[in-house]
Design a binder for this molecule. Sequence first.
Ligand code: SAM
Length: 268
Amino acid sequence: MKGGLPVRRFFVEEIEAEDGLCTIRGSEAKHMTRVLRMGRGDRFILMDGQGARFRAIIESAGRREVLVTLEKPLPQPPPSPVEITLCQALLKSRAMDYVIEKTSELGVHRILPFSSERTVVRLNKERFANKKQHWREIAHSAAKQSDRKVPVEIGPLSSFEELVGRTRAEDALKIILWEEEMATDLMGVLRGSPPVKRILGIVGPEGGFSEKEVRAAGEAGFVSVSLGQRVLRAETAAITMVAIVQYEWGDLTFSDPTKPASGSASSP
Ligand code: SAM
């Protein structure tokens, strides 16, 4: 229980209420009644995909729909000071699901999936559409779990060249995680410059990047960075990158990352 609020959260596309009453249908209603056995008098948080959230109480629960009263609107969780975009090479399914779930919990803003030279998984339009629907379900439950304002945005599938082309002009700090990078590391890049509002990070497939790809990213303004000497699985690298950026410049802290840490040399 956080701040005395019920911890169960449910999403609906749009919160349509009349006289404070709202009907929940579909998979969320089934989850409430058949899985969680919720019923009259139970309280929870109702959220739509745009950031609106209410404390609600169940008036009646049927097999297909749940009638609830919206008791009061709730404040939105503040956004992280840094908007993180993870550009993730397609990974084998369990690893990809894991990346979507864990980076969602860590507050990643957007995930752009891409295929590259050494990508093992190949998805045609139809298979990608099914995959995206599956990832969306993971993103929804991760948003409920972690009390995010809105689920992570999952972009269209692109090739590595299209991704680099499309993000070339983006006004953001751009990094590419390369296990063969020997001179520059992520900590050095983050502590060597003042916090920025937007960061894009590219993480490779199981087989890594070719030198040609790392060069092309460099020409588009991406800085190649290392996460240290050990070769991490792609899913570990992605989660580690998001966690480190949120720790240094984001909201894995109560203090404002744009202000020097208290007790640091510069504060009186
Ligand atoms: N090609 C490598 C190999 O098989 O030896 C491994 C690639 S690694 C499993 C997958 C991706 O994770 C890499 O493309 C990179 O983006 C990221 N990665 C893993 N370890 C890293 C490290 N120490 N520094 C930076 N990136 C790393």
